[in-house]
Design a binder for this molecule. Structure first.
Ligand code: MF3
Ligand code: CO
Length: 267
């Protein structure tokens, strides 16, 4: 069942989304060579709680941490711990906050120290995929328009689109209907309505889109061991278009400057 949020609910989710985005900004600055993923998790837990939120992921199907920290070929759901981040690593940080009963969910992939051009390109294109998907969140569009926009951009650059995991509705629960695949056909699927809030989260790979889960039961990795990137926002559909509830401070982070398809360059 798809739930439609009132303006009042969206305002609560925007306030919660600020906790998520501010915490993510803090983690992005702290993610440096020599830091462990466990330390980032500790920082996230403290940051979320200091602003009156609760880390959504803790206890979710038994998940023990406030963030997912997925390195290099790990796509999503990497568990934070003793792993020391190395210069050249690609780190995906996924975080969720519950605030006044509503969830916001967001993720970024960041470079640890200096990464090569191939990694930079994968990060850039994945973030562009997210923005192109968000741009389709217009009243009267269909769910397939979102997935199509993401898939088209990723595949135009020769990348893979992970199929096994999808975006989702978000609200009182982290995972609500509908599922939001990062692939699809224009004009197909659920009609997009005002008040629908979605977490769009392209998971894009350098090589094959096939993934596997490690023995820990959580960590999802690429089958071919190549890199993956993951960006996610929580977004509400309004009469004025999509409203990103987890937008980070653009002044601090020019990487979130809005991507426009007209700026698209050949692969
Ligand atoms: N945030 C993830 C998502 O986008 C889910 C995290 S799984 C958890 O759907 F176990 F860590 F909570
Ligand atoms: Co999500």
């Amino acid at each position: 069942m798809i739930s439609i949020k009132s303006a009042r609910e969206i305002e609560i989710m925007r306030r919660g989304g600020k906790i998520t985005s501010k915490t993510l900004t803090t983690l992005m600055a702290a993610a440096k060579p020599g830091v462990t993923t466990g330390q980032l998790n500790q920082l996230a837990d403290e940051s979320i709680r200091s602003m009156g939120g609760v880390p959504t992921f803790i206890g979710y199907h038994g998940y023990p941490a406030a963030i997912c920290a997925s390195v290099n070929d790990e796509v999503v759901h990497g568990m934070p711990g003793d792993r020391v981040l190395q210069d050249g690593d690609l780190l995906s940080i996924d975080i969720g906050t519950t605030f006044e009963g509503y969830v916001s969910d967001s993720a970024v992939t960041v470079a640890i120290g200096n990464v090569d051009e191939a990694a930079k390109r994968l990060m850039r294109v994945t973030q562009e995929c997210l923005m192109l998907g968000i741009e389709q969140m217009q009243v009267g569009n269909h769910l397939g328009d979102i997935g199509h926009a993401v898939q088209r951009h990723a595949e135009a650059h020769g990348y893979g689109v992970v199929r096994a995991l999808v975006g989702h509705g978000v609200g009182r629960k982290m995972h609500e209907d509908p599922q939001v695949p990062n692939y699809g056909n224009p004009g197909q699927g659920t009609l997009l309505r005002k008040g629908l809030v979605l977490a769009i989260e392209p998971m894009i790979t350098e090589g094959t889109w096939e993934v596997a889960t490690l023995e820990d039961g959580w960590t999802v990795v690429t089958e071919d061991g190549k890199l993956a990137a993951h960006f996610e926002h929580t977004i509400a559909i309004t009469d004025q278009g999509p409203k990103i509830l987890t937008l980070r401070d653009v002044a601090e982070h020019p990487d979130v400057a809005r991507y426009r398809p007209s700026e698209e360059v050949a692969a």
